[in-house]
Design a protein around this ligand. Structure first.
Ligand code: CDP
Ligand code: ZN
Length: 185
């Protein structure tokens, strides 16, 4: 077994949809970034890469590369899962903390668990989501940003192969390992 940790922060900005954990959350402001800025999926992806000793997502998807502009992070995480599977690992469980003063994450927890579990190819019971405010202190507490932290445990084994609707991998991963992101948003 191996363990990995991931962290990500994005600024909250007017005129952006709030995409977190692969789902759309109703809020007047969304996360700003080169991709869809899904801090939750980015933290989970980094935790997986860390557990497998494969670096971090910035090495795979540099934010100065125009190919990744507006990138759907469900695709990013699917590709990371495929890469980790190709290295001989599958996920055991994941624990995620969303640091956000707003919006209230509580009502979205079941949807977040289901969405991320599907991408990680684990049961939703093995995908835990916690939320913390910043107690009105610092950039989180002033609702300037949302940060996410994730811990992932992996064990030897293969992830379930499933087809991805597009043929081309953006980072050269075998298409048969892609997950199918289907959560409407
Ligand atoms: O109670 P404590 O100060 O430890 O935590 P908190 O940050 O005040 O969060 C209290 C509760 O609100 C927890 O159950 C969180 O899951 C929930 N929460 C939430 O639903 N959405 C947020 N953006 C932050 C916290
Ligand atoms: Zn990010």
């Amino acid at each position: 077994m191996r363990v990995g940790i991931g962290h990500d922060t994005h600024r909250l900005s007017e005129g952006r949809p709030l995409i977190l954990g692969g789902i759309r959350i109703e809020h007047p402001r969304g996360l700003l970034g080169h991709s869809d800025a899904d801090a939750a999926l980015h933290a989970v992806a980094d935790a997986l890469l860390g557990a497998a000793g494969l670096g971090d997502i910035g090495e795979l998807y540099p934010d100065n590369d125009s190919r990744w502009e507006g990138l759907d992070s469900r695709r990013l995480l699917s590709e990371v899962v495929a890469m980790v599977a190709a290295a001989g690992w599958r996920t055991v469980n994941c624990d995620l903390i969303v640091h956000a003063q707003e919006p209230k994450i509580g009502p979205y927890k079941p949807a977040l668990r289901a969405s991320i579990a599907r991408l990680l190819q684990i049961d939703p019971s093995a995908m835990n989501v916690k939320a913390k405010t910043g107690e009105l202190v610092g950039p989180i507490g002033r609702a300037e940003a949302i940060s996410c932290e994730a811990v992932v445990l992996i064990e030897p084994g293969e992830a379930e192969p499933c087809p991805y609707p597009e043929n081309e991998s953006s980072v050269g991963i075998t298409p048969s390992h892609f997950g199918v992101p289907d959560t409407p948003r």
